[in-house]
Design a protein around this ligand. Structure first.
Ligand code: TXA
Ligand code: MG
Length: 350
């Protein structure tokens, strides 16, 4: 075991916090079975209590690689430590997508702390793919509760440096795993109401609804936005101003750009950033004047997901009056990013 993993394990065993790289975003990890460690997560983040955390677990060791039955047996054993009712669907999704950017909501096992579940009868579980997260989980030998390692309501961190910016003191030991490969938070799928609602995607991510439907062989995977989930906010994404930069972010449609830009160009000397795809507008000789910063977006959704949060952080640091961000194309591959951008721009206007 490397020195840094050993140090991180020591911190976790002592009830401390570790900045853990995952393939989605960095997490703020603590021992999932230690109440005071969990409380530290809430106080450090400034996160309201009652907001549930995801429990991260190590990968199942499967004796025969790719053998579905062996995989189901191994995952059932591990998941049973956290869930009182591990459905066949949960085992199928674990086999298909773990380790990876998928969080499953399952009925919680008795011992799971209510501080972790937000007092609910369910628990969110994810097996992350990042090798350092896996090394840490294996060496620690238990579950790690970890929200994204940002202060409440702010942009999730995708580099170790971002985590240090969020927690500049020495309360968090940060493991540097390089920039996150996926770049946006995991897909969350609720499997606790399969009979009445099917599988419900509470937060879109890199694992799409279609991928889940295909793995499960059922067509009733639904979008959480269309299902009334009743109680208080279960997913932080459901709070309006989430994932937000401090700077006002205006999402504009390319077809409205001309009138929008002429309004902006004729108003006072605002310091603006212009973020857009390298087509149409860029080729034409019109657009925003006095642009303090121009950013061209990658044409591929995975590349944008990977870069998005770092880009928003950099733009935020420039203290602009406004960021004009071109609306994303229609395809489903942009859905998860569209979701985050929509939340980042809530309440914005010119
Ligand atoms: O990619 C990710 O999921 C990252 C990395 C670190 O794993 N984590 C992350 O955690 O995004 P967080 O806490 O920022 O967002 C997880 C969301 C929370 O908003 C929470 O409401 C939801 O998952 N969640 C956790 N447990 C839940 C449960 N039992 N029922 C419904 N939602 C739950
Ligand atoms: Mg978060």
């Amino acid at each position: 075991m490397s020195d840094s993993i050993q140090r991180a394990v020591d911190v976790l065993k002592a009830g401390g916090l570790v900045g853990m790289p995952t393939e989605t975003v960095y997490g703020l990890a603590a021992d999932a079975n230690n109440v005071s460690a969990i409380n530290k997560i809430f106080s450090s983040k400034g996160r309201p209590s009652g907001h549930p955390l995801i429990v991260h677990i190590a990968q199942a060791e499967v004796s025969v690689a790719n053998d579905r039955q062996a995989s189901a047996i191994a995952w059932r054993e591990i998941l049973s430590q956290w869930s009182r009712d591990v459905s066949p669907e949960a085992l199928i999704l674990a086999h298909a997508f773990w380790p990876g950017p998928l969080t499953m909501i399952l009925p919680k096992a008795k011992h799971v702390l209510s501080e972790v579940t937000g007092g609910q009868e369910t628990v969110g579980i994810r097996c992350p793919q990042h090798p350092i997260a896996q090394q840490l989980l294996k060496a620690f030998g238990g579950g790690l509760a970890a929200p994204s390692a940002n202060r409440f309501g702010r942009i999730s961190p995708t580099t170790a440096e971002h985590v240090r910016e969020e927690f500049p003191g020495d309360e968090v030991l940060v493991l540097d795993g390089g920039p996150c490969d996926v770049g946006i938070e995991s897909t969350i799928v609720d499997l606790t109401r399969l009979d009445s609602h099917g599988a419900v995607v509470l937060r879109p991510g890199a694992i799409t609804q279609a991928m889940i439907e295909q793995a499960l062989g059922r067509s009733d995977v639904t979008d959480g936005a269309s299902v009334n989930i009743g109680s208080a906010p279960r997913v932080s994404g459901s709070l309006s101003a989430h994932y937000a930069p401090k700077t006002k972010l205006v999402l504009y449609d390319a077809k409205d750009a001309e009138s929008l830009f002429s309004k902006v160009n004729n108003s006072d000397n605002k310091k603006v950033a212009w973020v857009h795809f390298p087509k149409d507008l860029a080729d034409k000789n019109f657009g925003l004047k006095n642009v303090a910063k121009e950013v061209l977006l990658p044409l591929e959704s995975k590349a944008l997901a990977r870069e998005l949060y770092a880009m928003l952080r950099q733009l935020d640091a420039l203290n602009m009056d406004c960021i004009f961000f071109e609306q994303l194309p229609d395809g489903v591959e942009w859905d998860a990013i569209r979701d985050r951008l929509g939340r980042a721009s809530v309440g914005s206007g010119v």
